[in-house]
Design a binder for this molecule. Structure first.
Ligand code: RIB
Ligand code: CA
Length: 318
């Protein structure tokens, strides 16, 4: 089984990613080693409370620990207007009271699992901090998948920047300038925003979950996200970036990627968080990433329903 650690900022699409990972954990597809949270959609502590709630709903007792409270070099900006006042849309769950050393959890994961897969679906604050606090363990990370960036594509936060890279541009710049052993698989906006859930798909998901108690909460979580996207002119639907990222990370759907060099701007105010891929080798720098350029979105919808149906007959039903 693939050992997986996710660093996330639930956040509504992160929540669907956690539901998916919890389902795979139950059916034996992965071992969910732990969940840590990074500040972005909401605070790291609130995100940890949200993640704990999701895993408790799914009866997964993996540890959940809040990571760094804010970026190292820039004030924290969160986005309640996108994910709701506490990050779960119209649902309110308590912030986590769990405290613990998230970096030690990562280090123990690396020591125990040489094939540990780290998935990051929020700002890269913790990943950059891990390089500072545990450089040897950081270097040994062989499988890292990141949701972030808008590569040679318009941003969703500024004309050129995607949210995760904009929140902590210094961390993103640092990680790609000093990558771990394995190239980072980057799932950026131009691909992840193609994975959309609308009310019809949500109904399909709820039907697939059957009697699982988590299903009853999804409408109030997703409604906030639908309303946000509609207000942005994207239609009454939601882009579920982080769930697609997990499927790509675990190779449960077909996708296409290309080896390249990614760089992120951290100093310019206007271009803050902008990510560029050197697709034609102008920079003559060693490749630090595998940029995902396409993914089978129909397969992603089928995969989500497959895991939801597996959850329907699994723990969590009271
Ligand atoms: O830009 C999309 C990313 O920002 C997703 O990870 C979403 O959860 C938000 O964190
Ligand atoms: Ca996220």
């Amino acid at each position: 089984m693939t050992p997986v650690l996710i660093d996330c900022d639930p956040g509504i699409d992160d929540t669907l990613a956690l539901l998916y990972l919890a389902g795979l954990h139950h059916v034996g597809g992965i071992e969910l080693v732990g969940v840590t949270t990074t500040a972005g959609n909401t605070t790291a502590v609130q995100a940890a409370g949200n993640a704990r709630w999701v895993l408790d709903e799914l009866l997964v007792d993996a540890p959940v620990l809040p990571g760094r409270p804010h970026p190292a070099q820039t004030p924290l900006v969160t986005t309640p207007e996108t994910h709701g006042p506490t990050g779960l849309g119209y649902l309110d769950v308590p912030a986590a009271d769990a405290a613990g050393d998230w970096a030690e959890l990562w280090a123990r994961g690396v020591d125990k699992h040489p094939d540990l897969h780290l998935i990051v679906t929020g700002p890269l604050t913790n990943l950059a901090a891990f390089r500072d606090s545990h450089p040897e363990h950081y270097a040994r990370l062989r499988r890292v998948t990141v949701m972030g960036g808008a590569v040679n594509y318009r941003g969703n936060t500024t004309p050129t920047a995607e949210w995760n890279f904009w929140v902590d541009p210094h961390a993103a710049a640092d990680v790609f300038a000093h990558p771990p052993q394995g190239k980072i698989t980057l799932c950026s906006l131009e691909v992840t925003e193609r994975f959309l859930i609308d009310p019809e798909r949500l109904e399909e998901l709820i039907r697939a979950l059957g009697p699982h108690p988590v299903a009853a909460h999804l409408p109030e979580i997703l409604r906030f996200y639908f309303e946000f996207h509609e207000a942005q002119g994207e239609g009454y639907q939601a882009q579920i970036h982080d769930l697609l990222t997990c499927m790509i990370a675990l190779r449960t759907i077909p996708y296409v990627d290309t080896s390249t060099t990614i760089a992120v701007e951290a100093h310019s105010e206007l271009m803050r968080g902008t990510s560029v891929a050197d697709l034609r080798g102008h920079w003559h720098r060693s490749h630090n990433a595998r940029l995902v350029t396409d993914a089978d979105i129909d397969a992603a919808h089928r995969e989500l329903l497959r895991v939801a149906r597996a959850l329907a007959g699994r723990p969590g039903i009271r």
